[in-house]
Ligand binder design. Structure first.
Ligand code: NDP
Length: 467
């Protein structure tokens, strides 16, 4: 009996995805560059009673022969050259109706190119979020490519995806790299959400002198409220965990230098190309980069004195929670506004409410708030979320808390780049008369760029006396 789908690359994600496919009753043929990995995977799958649904193969030819026509074969290999290499090796073995699906974290520009290079040969790029656990038990899947290609495999992708109250978290986003683009913005938002939580943790640890377990309790409590989310939940668990070796809180053992695979950076770079303001996400990318510079930071502390300092007065936890609520809304508002800008720029017609929905389960940024975002974007996908009723109400209530927390942090030398940039974004977006008149004056002074006047005339120059 032939397999309904094939999969290449039995690493962390590929193995979990193949098991998930098999677990949902689909026969899946698998191949891995290192054969030993395939054998071990198949042997291990016996423990989960999945071995019968999995067809191990030891050459690409055997893989192709094992899959029913028209074929669909998923690639789960590292993004970049390995994907191009696999496509080059696989395509000559496939028929004109056979489909290649790149399920890794491809840069969407690469997916655009590969979809174009494929011509009439079916190609899909799908973003898969949720880490290993998600891939095994239900990820969030963002699809890109021709709709008819998506429809051919949607029944499998929906079956393996996370379920949110009966709705599968697997959605077609648009042509070419649309799915990988949406996945990249997801990761950018993820960076900012994580960074804001880390900043609030920093306030509790350094500003208030709370120990890790107490901080864990606070996150645990917040997880019952507006902030309910996977990231708050795991932050609580991380804070409470104890190192079995030293008996110390894990947070005292883990080095303060964050890694990254680059998807947040892509989002920041793309946002600049689109002229889409996502300062909270950019701040989070910068914060990760700075976190790696531990020696420089140590030298800075030696030179400029101890920072951060304890804050003198008490800071109610509700205030900190309110600041995080406001920060989170502003960060997501920026992310969705960027998706809206890309949708117009690339002619993709990205389904914003559906994007909020597909993120409600399975992925790292899943949260209760996304339910409300889906609803607000359904009302008007082109309105910045900060202006949507429910979120505007939250911001009216909580922007003072954000202001208080950010100013306390500034006064005490506690770095809060993402929350502070969220506040600056908020203040900019609620200031009808800004300060760019000065910029225009400067530009006209040195470059004769001209400016518009409030009386409606344009193409004017100032009396700068430059001869
Ligand atoms: P792993 O490193 O665990 O596995 C990589 C797999 O790709 C291995 O099976 C490896 O085979 C194979 N491989 C590596 N290089 C090549 C190559 N040049 N040609 C053919 N096969 C190759 O990676 P992950 O499973 O973590 O990641 C896979 C993709 O999924 C990446 O794009 C990643 O960004 C993305 N992703 C990862 C997530 C995660 O949480 N880990 C979450 C979401 C997406 P071999 O055994 O021979 O080395």
């Amino acid at each position: 009996e032939k397999a309904e789908i094939g999969l290449i690359g039995l690493g962390t994600m590929g193995a979990a995805l193949a098991s998930n496919i098999a677990d949902n009753g689909f026969r899946v043929a698998v191949w891995n560059r290192t054969t030993e990995v395939t054998r071990k995977f198949h042997a291990d799958s016996d423990e989960e009673d999945l071995a019968e649904q999995i067809v191990p193969t030891e050459s690409l030819e055997d893989l192709v022969a094992a899959v029913a026509e028209p074929r669909a074969i998923i690639l789960m290999v590292p993004a970049g050259d390995p994907v191009d290499q696999q496509i080059a090796a696989l395509r000559p073995l496939l028929g004109p109706d056979d489909m290649i699906i790149d399920a890794g974290n491809a840069n969407f520009h690469d997916t655009n190119r590969r979809a174009r290079d494929a011509g009439d040969l079916p190609y899909l790029g799908i973003g898969v979020s949720g880490g290993e656990e998600g891939a095994r038990f239900g990820p969030s899947i963002m699809g890109g490519g021709k709709r008819e290609y998506w429809d051919r495999v949607a029944h499998i992708l929906r079956a393996i995806a996370a379920d949110h109250q009966g709705e599968a978290c697997a959605t077609w986003m648009g042509e070419e790299g649309a799915g990988h683009f949406v996945k990249a913005v997801h990761n950018g938002i993820e960076y900012a959400d994580m960074q804001m939580i880390a900043e609030v943790y920093g306030m509790m640890r350094d500003g208030l002198g709370m120990d890790a377990a107490a901080i864990g309790d606070i996150f645990g409590r917040w997880n019952d409220g507006v902030l309910q989310s996977y990231l708050i939940e795991i932050s609580g668990k991380v804070a409470k965990a104890v190192d079995p070796e030293s008996g110390q809180p894990m947070l005292e053992v883990i080095v303060d230098a964050a890694g990254q695979k680059g998807t947040g950076r892509w989002t920041a770079i793309e946002a600049q190309h689109l002229a889409a303001p996502i300062p909270a996400i950019e701040a989070a990318v910068v914060a990760r980069n700075l976190s790696s510079r531990r020696d420089e930071r140590a030298a800075g502390e030696a030179l400029f004195g101890p920072a951060p300092e304890r804050i003198a007065k008490d800071l109610p936890m509700e205030m900190l929670e309110g600041a995080l609520i406001a920060g989170k809304i502003l960060c997501y508002a920026q992310g969705f506004a960027m998706i809206s800008a890309a949708s117009k720029q690339f002619g993709w017609d990205l389904p914003l409410p559906e994007i909020a929905k597909v993120w409600r389960a399975g992925c790292i940024i899943r949260s209760t708030m996304l339910d409300d975002m889906a609803w607000a974007l359904g009302e008007d996908p082109n309105r910045n979320l900060m202006f949507a009723g429910y979120f505007a109400d939250h911001l009216k209530t909580h922007h003072r808390a954000l202001r208080r927390v950010v100013s306390l942090a500034a006064r005490n030398g506690i770095a809060m780049p993402a929350l502070a940039s969220g506040l600056a974004y908020f203040d900019t977006m609620r200031t009808a008369r800004g300060t760019a008149n000065m910029i225009q004056g400067q530009r006209d002074f040195f470059g004769a760029h001209g400016f518009e006047r409030f009386d409606g005339r344009s193409g004017q120059h100032g009396p700068w006396g430059r001869g």
